[in-house]
Design a binder for this molecule. Structure first.
Ligand SMILES: Nc1nc2c(ncn2[C@@H]2O[C@H](COP(=O)(O)OP(=O)(O)OP(=O)(O)O)[C@@H](O)[C@H]2O)c(=O)[nH]1
Length: 269
């Protein structure tokens, strides 16, 4: 066995905590030793009590009150504080051998996109021999029109590129769509890039047509369009997501996890 982490990311309100609770229930039902790790210093309440909780180290409320920070600066401060006190995390994680952690992350996209904070947290976990899979949630409403879809995919892609860990995209809140709407959305699960660009262009000013084609090309080149639909009321869709995550984590395979790459050890063509 080994040490496994699902890092659950996504914009605010995308359903991360609900996803984590769904995964906890599912994993417990199939007999896995699973723990919730709350990485959001502003979190309020959970369906499952987190076993590891950043709020035991620092809370956003205290930082805002004592240092007069706003919510965004305060959040960055809290996560940097965690990185500067990583021995606290090492102590907390030391006990979890042969376990499966589900990390509920904050929803501020800048943590994954233009600050290296989440990347550094991943590097710390990798040094502690955890295998990590990023699970990026996007609400089903995001793919009701092409421009929203592009924005969502680009945010997922940005997290993928900045973290460099195995990455899975999940389309959450599928239960909110009626059956007809769900069928309509199926074309987004593995879409034809040319069709996607053409559709986007029919409703947009010609000034943006080349840009749309370039975005679709980029999405296609990085094979980032695939989303796994998740309906929390449908056991099959939950099983499908967990089996993708297991594959990405090589769950249960008896082999040493790869050492993390050195920060500057990236080869460019
Ligand atoms: N119908 C439905 N509602 C959902 C689902 N997932 C989440 N919600 C609702 O969406 C809202 C936000 O869900 P959360 O799970 O708190 O989302 P989050 O991404 O953790 O939110 P932040 O921590 O604020 O970033 C809540 O009102 C949930 O009840 C889902 O699969 N179906």
């Amino acid at each position: 066995m080994g040490r496994y982490v699902q890092l659950v990311m996504g914009p605010a309100g995308s359903g991360k905590s609900t996803y984590c609770a769904t995964m906890m229930t599912h994993c417990q039902n199939i007999g896995r030793s699973v723990h919730l790790f709350n990485l959001d210093p502003a979190a309020e309440k959970f369906e499952y009590n987190p076993t590891i909780d950043i709020r035991d180290l620092i809370t956003l409320e205290d930082v805002m009150e004592e240092l007069q920070y706003g919510p965004n600066g305060g959040l960055i401060y809290c996560l940097e504080f965690l990185l500067n006190n990583i021995d606290w995390l090492e102590d907390e994680l030391g006990e979890y051998e042969d376990d499966y952690l589900i990390i509920d992350c904050p929803g501020q996209i800048e943590l994954y996109t233009h600050f290296p904070i989440m990347r550094r947290i991943c590097e710390c976990l990798q040094r502690m021999h955890f295998r990590i899979c990023g699970v990026y949630l996007l609400e089903s409403q995001f793919i009701q029109d092409n421009s929203k879809f592009f924005a969502g995919v680009m945010s997922a892609m940005s997290a993928m590129v900045s973290l460099e860990i195995p990455h899975i995209n999940v389309l959450s809140k599928m239960d909110l769509l009626g059956k007809v709407k769900q069928r309509e959305l199926e074309r987004y699960f593995d879409p034809d890039p040319l069709l996607l660009a053409d559709e986007a262009n029919t409703s947009m000013n010609p000034k943006f047509h080349d840009l749309n084609r370039a975005i679709v090309q980029l999405i296609d080149d990085y094979n980032m369009v695939s989303f796994l639909p998740l309906n929390i009321n449908d056991e099959d869709s939950i099983t499908a997501v967990i089996s993708h995550v297991d594959n990405a984590l090589q769950f249960g395979e008896d082999q040493e996890p790869k050492e993390p790459k050195d920060e500057f050890d990236i080869e460019y063509d």
